[in-house]
Design a protein around this ligand. Structure first.
Ligand SMILES: NC(=O)c1ccc[n+]([C@@H]2O[C@H](COP(=O)([O-])OP(=O)(O)OC[C@H]3O[C@@H](n4cnc5c(N)ncnc54)[C@H](OP(=O)(O)O)[C@@H]3O)[C@@H](O)[C@H]2O)c1
Length: 255
């Protein structure tokens, strides 16, 4: 099936979800610029999938992201879809609280997305067209488990997506926020806690692209975990803390 985009930029494309999204798009004829820091991994993926061009960049550097966006447009033409997906996960709780870990999570997960948006938004606004997907997480809904560094960075993305969606609604640029539950990628492989309803990176990519094609604002999956965490978001604090200790905490034995 033909995709509604001619060009796409995917960050965090050297591995996991971003790699699967880049490959799925290329298989549907989209010209994809694939970004991450690992040049060798990007070159390998591009070698196997002719529609993918490697665009190595560190998302934490605004000037480098702006330059990458300029190179992308020169090589592929105007950008139809950006999926800002690069991210890191380091467990942190009250036991191993670290300002440095929190700063790293914000720099990559949140500021990396902000840098990408600054790099592409002016040209999308000028054309009155484009679609920006921000990869957050179900972990951004409420504070839970060892996510004291990761969770706030994802909550910030969800809030940013809502604000941008309101700002951009009448200007032709779509914004989507992508909130996965557990996905089987190098990021989750070392986790010592239970990860219910886990999906493969390929399945995650399918759900993300289906949601983006439908123009959905929020793409959250799998529905079972999304529902549990959305219920947690609706709860008054007292009930949430009880729910977290009794229903959700047994899944997370390392907090
Ligand atoms: N896996 C899950 O269960 C899950 C659940 C919810 C949300 N997510 C989110 O989904 C996204 C992708 O995660 P994943 O599971 O696919 O993890 P992954 O396999 O570890 O991939 C992370 C990607 O981000 C890139 N990256 C990290 N730091 C970067 C930087 N400074 N500049 C540019 N690229 C950088 C990595 O490439 P390099 O190291 O080569 O730079 C890699 O391509 C993340 O935002 C993650 O938080 C994942």
């Amino acid at each position: 099936m033909t995709a509604p985009w001619r060009t796409a930029w995917i960050t965090g494309a050297s591995s996991g979800i971003g790699r699967a999204v880049a490959i799925a798009l290329a298989q549907r004829g989209v010209k994809v610029a694939a970004s991450a820091r690992s040049e060798a991994k990007l070159a390998e993926i591009a070698g196997q999938h002719p529609g993918i061009s490697p665009l190595p960049v560190d998302v934490t550097a605004l000037a480098a992201m702006t330059e990458a966006s300029r190179r992308l447009t020169n090589a592929l033409g105007h950008l139809d879809l950006a999926v800002f997906n690069a991210g890191i996960w380091e467990p942190m709780s009250a036991r191993n609280f670290s300002a440095a870990k929190a700063a790293r999570a914000m720099a990559v997960n949140y500021q990396g997305i902000v840098n990408g948006i600054e790099a592409i938004l002016p040209s999308m606004l000028e054309r009155g067209a484009g679609h920006i997907g921000l990869v957050a997480s179900i972990a951004g809904y409420r504070g839970l488990g060892p996510t004291a560094a990761y969770g706030p960075s994802k909550a910030a993305i969800i809030n940013l997506a809502e604000t941008l969606n309101n700002n951009l609604a009448m200007r032709g640029v779509k914004v989507s926020v992508i909130n996965p539950g557990y996905v089987d990628t190098p990021m989750t492989r070392g986790n010592p806690f239970a990860m219910p309803f886990m999906v493969s990176a390929e399945e995650a990519a399918r759900r993300i692209l289906r949601g983006l094609e439908k123009g959905k604002f929020e793409i959250a999956f799998p529905w079972q975990l999304a529902l549990l965490m959305k219920l947690a978001r609706l709860m008054p604090n007292g009930l949430f803390f009880w729910y977290a200790r009794t229903v959700l905490a047994p899944q997370r034995k390392t907090t």
